[in-house]
Design a protein around this ligand. Structure first.
Ligand SMILES: C[S@@+](CC[C@H](N)C(=O)[O-])C[C@H]1O[C@@H](n2cnc3c(N)ncnc32)[C@H](O)[C@@H]1O
Length: 237
């Protein structure tokens, strides 16, 4: 499947999206939410130039945070409710997960959520420099087979692009319960010149476990949490 977001930069590479968009058919109520609740929350990328994510929000917000692959969206909804002064952008492609988030927020007064229903790599690449205050990549697909590891979303390229989009001092949070992916992430974060590791023990109070983390815990696996700060850019001339 190639990505096909409306409003994607004309020169954006057509990249393959690994992972599923569809699961079990949506129930009628979920389909209705796709037609009513999703359109005002959903955004497309500008055809050229960069995206200033503040422009997606009506109300005054302090900064914009991004969650990549929000799954069923509980963490996104939690952050939006806990930080009403921040705008939360969530990116996800799996329809049942999106439907779950819409169900979760339909009766809640969350005006600070916007959704990019396509490949997160497109929105990361389009964000204006220093336009994000925080980013989350929680339990990304581990792609355990050797030949599939190049599909992992945590890569030097993604970290490079996030380093552009995150403002100085902004936090990047990553979690995985896959030991091999944990090592992979640790190596890439430690090797990246723009990120400084931060402690995650004790666990930050505003970092609740996601659905995948709870599932992993129930199966006896321990999640590895990573937090790092975007290093301050050198002062200009
Ligand atoms: C293992 S699930 C974890 C979901 C959630 N973060 C959690 O911790 O419960 C990974 C999610 O990332 C989504 N995903 C994978 N690649 C993506 C991409 N390129 N852009 C947006 N979402 C993606 C998948 O659809 C899936 O819902």
């Amino acid at each position: 499947m190639t990505t096909s977001a409306p409003g994607v930069h004309a020169d954006a590479p057509q990249r393959r999206l690994y992972g599923r968009r569809r699961g079990r058919p949506l129930r009628a109520g979920q389909r209705a939410l796709f037609e009513t609740l999703l359109p005002p929350l959903r955004f497309a990328l500008p055809e050229s130039g960069t995206l200033d994510p503040r422009s997606l929000f009506d109300a005054a917000i302090r900064e914009v945070w991004l969650e990549i692959g929000f799954g069923a969206g509980e963490h996104l909804a939690y952050q939006a409710a806990a930080h009403p002064d921040c705008g939360l952008i969530g990116s996800e492609v799996f329809e049942p997960g999106i439907a779950h988030l819409l169900t979760e927020i339909k009766d809640r007064p969350l005006n600070n959520v916007r959704l990019f229903i396509d490949d997160a790599r497109l929105v990361i690449a389009a964000l204006a420099p220093q336009s994000l205050g925080r980013a989350f990549i929680l339990h990304p697909d581990p792609w355990p087979k050797e030949r599939h590891k190049k599909r992992r979303i945590v890569s030097r390229e993604t970290l490079d692009q996030l380093a552009v989009a995150l403002r100085d001092g902004a936090e990047l949070r990553i979690a995985t319960d896959d030991p091999d992916y944990g090592e992979w992430i640790a190596e890439r974060v430690a090797a990246h010149p723009d990120f400084v590791p931060l402690p995650t023990d004790p666990r930050p109070a505003d970092w609740p476990p996601t659905r995948y983390e709870l599932k992993a815990q129930a199966q006896g696996r321990v999640a590895r949490l990573f937090s790092c700060r975007r290093r301050a850019r050198p002062a200009g001339p």
